[in-house]
Design a binder for this molecule. Structure first.
Ligand code: FAD
Length: 425
């Protein structure tokens, strides 16, 4: 039976789970976190957003992140496949004040730093322990069944369960809450290289988002000489081809901008592919239950929003959990504020992501107008501010209108191949 008297049990030690556990533990709450893997472990999702940085500061983990020496990211740039058109969005030029840089991270190390910080903050962290079952009862509490690496099972009890199990979406799958987004059914194929061409100085850590007829590539410089590169594309664009090593290498060879950056570079990791389907869950909350980070929703990673949504969600969820524990009311309605705020935040970015997959929208991102501070507003969105600020919401509406007009009239130069590819889809 139970070995602890935790108030909160957290499933998963990725950014969502670690940040939430640290936040609650620092408020003297008794938290137990179960992580099925042993850290460090590989994870994709390497480019962070500036808006996470003040949250790391508040959590007290910023000095450890700085000590880890992650490369600083000051901008995101959009690049045409041939490299002739590039548009750089420097976070310092955003409409809203805030951090002007983020980190480019190898997740194995980044996630380990966050998880160790949770433990140092007072959370009980058990690695190599998988949650295999749970029961949440409004009156009775939470009961969770866990299994260790040796196959031993035991039961733990708490007041509240937080599912931060990432794309495993442990609770959402068990409760049948997950809804895939048919418009964003994508695959990613990616690897790491050493010796790729990169900028120097303040531009060294820029993420490059390269627009090709098949979809888009990320190029993320990491610390040392490592660079992560990956293609996101749809099953339809693949046209029956397998997203394997040969395909990956051929796409680099066929894309002039990538060819120039990776010529002479050495691949230092096997080529991997993952399904990259966006989804939401019908509810992010239940009696004594909250779903945080990818466990609740996932959006295509083109704007590098995943970790920020996880971290911001963890902060919002921690506030709701804290309130519930203080007044000892654990029904779903108690967590509605968390759900409302996160749903809104995710929905805004989902709309922006869907826009990106329309050629006229991406063309506008490559040729943004400075009129009405449109570019500054987009920069703030790319930094992770969301659309809560009226000025950003208003300018985003103008941007959507311009994209619509750009479809009919040629307001910007066309990107070769993308309109044809979109028409075939
Ligand atoms: P995760 O980081 O997935 O952590 C969940 C943890 O839960 C894992 O460690 C897992 O082992 C553990 N777990 C699962 N089930 C159980 C269980 N039953 N019991 C115990 N433990 C369990 N985001 C960005 O911000 N920037 C990017 O550049 C970016 N690029 C991406 C590229 C691709 C191709 C994809 C697919 C995603 C990308 N993302 C990116 C998204 C990012 O990876 C996720 O949004 C982020 O990792 C979510 O954090 P999380 O803590 O919710 O989940």
């Amino acid at each position: 039976m139970s070995e602890t008297n935790a108030e909160v049990i957290v499933i998963g030690g990725g950014p969502a789970g670690s940040v939430l556990a640290a936040k609650l533990a620092r408020a003297s709450r008794r938290v137990t976190l179960f992580e099925k893997e042993q850290f460090p472990r590989f994870h994709i999702g390497e480019s962070l957003l500036p808006c996470s940085v003040p949250l790391f500061e508040e959590l007290g983990v910023r000095p450890e992140l700085d000590r880890a020496g992650f490369l600083r990211k000051y901008a995101a740039e959009f690049v045409s496949a041939d490299g002739t058109k590039r548009k750089r969005y420097a976070f310092a030029d955003g409409m809203l004040p805030g951090s002007e840089s983020a980190y480019e991270v190898e997740r194995a190390e980044f996630d380990r730093v966050l998880l160790e910080h949770a433990a140092r903050s007072g959370a009980r962290v058990e690695q190599g322990v998988e949650v295999v079952g749970f029961r949440c009862d409004a009156a009775d509490g939470v009961e969770v069944t866990v299994r260790d690496a040796a196959g031993n099972q035991r039961t733990e009890r708490a007041e509240i369960l937080v599912d931060a199990s990432g794309q495993h979406a442990f609770a959402a799958k068990k409760l049948g809450l997950r809804e895939m987004d048919p418009e964003l059914k994508h695959f990613a194929v990616f690897s790491h290289f050493e010796g790729a061409v990169r900028e120097r100085g303040v531009r060294e850590g820029d993420i490059s988002i390269v627009l090709t007829p098949l979809g888009w590539w990320w190029v993320i410089p990491l610390k040392g000489d490592r660079t992560s590169a990956g293609l996101v594309t749809s099953a339809r664009a693949l046209g029956g081809r397998k997203p394997d090593q040969a395909f990956f290498e051929q796409q680099i060879a066929d894309t002039p901008y990538l060819k120039q950056r990776f010529e002479g570079a050495t691949r230092v990791m096997p080529v991997r592919s993952v399904s990259d389907y966006s989804y939401v869950t019908r509810s992010l909350i239940g009696d004594r239950l909250l779903l945080v980070g990818d466990a609740g929703a996932f959006i295509d990673p083109v704007f590098s929003t995943g970790v920020h949504i996880a971290v911001r969600g963890a902060f919002e969820a921690a506030a709701s959990v804290e309130r519930a524990l203080s007044d000892r009311r654990f029904v779903a309605a108690r967590f509605r504020r968390y759900e409302r705020r996160m749903r809104r935040f995710v929905a805004d970015y989902r709309r922006f992501v869907k826009g990106f997959y329309r050629p006229e929208f991406a063309e506008l991102l490559l040729h943004p107008s400075d009129v009405l501070d449109l570019r500054a507003a987009i920069t703030s969105l790319l930094a992770g501010h969301g659309t809560g600020h009226f000025g950003i919401r208003l300018r985003l509406a103008v941007f959507y209108l311009l994209a619509w007009l750009n479809r009919r009239w040629m307001l910007t130069p066309r990107l070769p191949g993308r309109r044809e590819a979109a028409a075939e889809r």
